[in-house]
Design a protein around this ligand. Structure first.
Ligand code: PMP
Length: 276
């Protein structure tokens, strides 16, 4: 069952509960996390918590709870939902207060939802995804997992409208990441991905990819690369909590490598599945 949580209460996720003065709603003034639960176990929970607290610190938002408190709420929510395989979204906002840009003197607002997860279809996984290159129009602090997702939404929609699964963003001539995923290429057996600067979200699945590559003895370089290098790559793939590790076989109607999911990508994914 899909369920929700808002400021101490467990609710139905469809209950109309958000007050009109909620700052997440009016300003997008908050941060969020998305955690996948496999067989009742939240995957890489500790890393998600670390990122949540870093993001909220970066926007000077005091969550008012400890990591332990948040984990206890997530575990309670999962148990109440009766789902072993589900997606948990959590939002922390600067609270509920009459509209004013200045920080209000109120407690943070914490909401969560839990729902069954949607795995990407086997067909896409076998064939590989198509992506579209688009300009990265986001701000300078993409490492903060902010609720403000308008440029990401517009890019993803533009990609979808030409039949692509993801928008891959280009800033100053270099590929940063997907609109809701990190992006990698493979060339001559080496993996390349944009460095973890302020211009990308430091993805948790990206951390898993780095760890797996290290275990397998595959070189992974955190090094910026261009659209031309992407088009000349042997393989490409996306990583995110929702997509896990997904091969990309076509970019702007051009095939990558031989047009099929590459062996490095497939091997990384097999290892990833062993971890969940
Ligand atoms: N980049 C962006 C912009 C994202 O929104 C996401 C998904 N949250 C990611 C990368 C992937 O991060 P993660 O692996 O933590 O889901």
């Amino acid at each position: 069952m899909a369920m929700g949580y808002l400021n101490g209460k467990f609710i139905n996720s469809s209950d109309p509960v958000l007050p009109i003065d909620e700052r997440g709603h009016q300003f997008g003034d908050g941060v969020y996390e998305f955690i996948r639960v496999y067989n009742g176990r939240p995957f890489m929970m500790h890393q998600h918590m670390e990122r949540l607290f870093k993001s909220s610190e970066a926007i000077r938002l005091n969550i008012g709870k400890t990591v332990k408190d948040i984990i206890a709420i997530v575990e309670d929510l999962i148990e109440r939902s009766g789902q072993a395989n589900c997606d948990v979204y959590m939002q922390v906002t600067r609270g509920i207060a009459p509209r004013d840009h200045l920080f209000p003197n109120v407690e943070a607002s914490i909401s969560m939802t839990v729902k069954p997860f949607k795995l990407i279809s086997d067909d896409i996984r076998k064939v590989g995804a198509t992506v579209k290159l688009l300009p990265d129009e986001r701000w300078q602090n993409c490492w903060i997992k902010s609720l403000n997702l308008l440029p990401n939404i517009l890019a993803k929609q533009a990609a979808f409208e030409v039949g692509a699964l993801e928008a891959v963003l280009v800033r100053d001539g270099f590929i940063t990441e997907g609109s809701s995923s990190n992006f990698f290429i493979v060339k001559n057996g080496e993996i390349l991905t944009a460095p973890a600067t302020n211009h990308i979200l430091h993805g948790i699945t990206r951390i898993a990819v780095k760890e797996i590559a290290m275990e397998l003895g595959i070189t992974l370089k955190e090094q910026a690369f261009t659209p031309d290098e992407l088009l000349a790559a042997d393989e490409a793939f996306l990583s995110s909590t929702g997509l896990e590790i997904l091969p990309v076989t076509e970019v702007d109607e051009q095939k990558i490598g031989n047009g099929c999911p590459g062996t490095v990508t497939v091997t990384l994914y097999e290892e990833f599945l062993k971890r969940i």
